[in-house]
Design a protein around this ligand. Structure first.
Ligand code: KQY
Length: 358
């Protein structure tokens, strides 16, 4: 187990070797054969590749498209996948300060047969091990425990953030108690304190992944997705998170500084966008007017930049200004990300950092 051998999960703001993404292809996730999503992924990948290595996994039939649309300094490797959520299907890497290893969690498409989002998911479930092999790094086989990378955030100093909505739901590990889940996370990731928020972003189909609502920006500091609109169901959820965060010292006993990150106005999918999505098993995957889980918290911290979703909303600039104040040594890059959001997640969900190793 990583904790016993000195390997821990570092924070995302620690130095990276690189980043993994998966080229989008699924026609019931991404509009018009994923064309618009590919353009958004390509912008993001170019931005990340300015300061760290990027590996993009593409299916055999999409290899040429990825190679043509991506910069030369990006490595494209052929690998099968069910969809494109690297945060959730790539390994969670742990480090001992010199080398890295990958944790191969079980993946069941966010809830398996209980409330999962697609079936089958076996190609996704094989990716973590394949990526460890590709990087020539050892892996821990934890496939008996269902976990997605988007459901955890760490500060690299012993604290982990997650949500009860996701980790204690019926679709992941229903036979485990909260204490057993805590033990698993502590031993695998080298953490000492888990801060449990109750719920994630309203109408988030991942069952409330932490990475859409709250993220560490430094030891002792977090951003929390926020609205002042009391008539929005999100208000009560964010207010409850704020109470918990303010009352939960981190693993080193620090009171967390919570920065409110104002959400965009509710973002809903249009009829035209729904028309661009294929059905899944004869049923539409989205309905016109459905609220999407848009949040600026779903950013990625690369070595040189913080890359943040933009929705064409009045709060786009405010989110970037907050990040600029929290990351004065990094460039803040906004990426129009509605075409990623339509797939059900955002920038953080489609990236997985590889910590630096010697
Ligand atoms: O947000 C994520 N981490 C994944 C979202 C998956 C959505 C599948 N349609």
């Amino acid at each position: 187990m990583p904790a016993d051998d000195g390997f821990i999960m570092p924070a995302e703001y620690d130095r990276h070797y690189g980043c993994i993404l998966i080229w989008p292809h699924r026609r019931d996730s991404w509009q018009n054969g994923a064309y618009a999503a590919r353009k958004a992924f390509a912008k993001l990948i170019e931005a990340i590749s300015r300061s760290e290595k990027v590996i993009v996994c593409a299916r055999y039939e999409d290899y040429d498209s990825a190679r043509e649309m991506l910069p030369e300094n990006v490595r494209v490797v052929e690998m099968s996948s069910d969809d494109s959520w690297a945060r959730d299907v790539a390994p969670t890497f742990v480090t001992n300060g010199h080398d890295i290893r990958g944790i191969d969690w079980g993946f069941n498409a966010w809830g398996g047969l209980y409330d999962g989002l697609y079936f089958p998911w076996d190609k996704d479930n094989r990716m973590a091990r394949k990526l460890c092999d590709l990087l020539d790094k050892d892996s821990y086989d934890k496939r008996s425990f269902i976990l997605e990378g988007g459901s955890i955030h760490t500060d690299g100093e012993g604290t982990l953030l997650t949500t009860e909505e996701c980790l204690l739901g019926q679709g992941r590990n229903p036979s485990m108690t909260k204490e057993e889940i805590e033990e698993m996370l502590c031993s695998c990731l080298g953490v000492k304190k888990i801060i449990w928020l109750k719920r994630g972003i309203y109408h988030d189909e991942t069952n409330g992944h932490i990475d859409n609502i709250c993220a560490f920006t430094a030891p002792g500091e977090v951003v929390l997705a926020w609205t002042d609109d009391k008539s929005d169901p999100q208000y009560e959820i964010s207010a409850e998170c704020l109470d918990i965060l303010e009352g939960s010292p981190d693993a080193r006993g620090r009171k967390l500084r919570v920065h409110k990150m104002y959400l965009p106005e509710p973002v809903c999918i249009t009829e035209e966008e729904c028309d661009g999505l294929d059905n899944m098993n004869g049923e539409p995957t989205r309905i016109p007017g459905e609220r999407l889980a848009a949040s600026y918290v779903n950013f990625y911290i690369s070595n040189g930049a913080v890359i943040c979703p933009q929705f064409g909303d009045k709060n786009d600039g405010r989110a970037k200004e907050l990040l600029a104040s929290l990351f004065p040594d990094r460039q803040i890059i906004g990426i129009p990300s509605r075409d990623i959001l339509i797939g059900g997640g955002n920038i953080h969900c489609i990236t997985q950092q590889i910590p630096f190793f010697e």
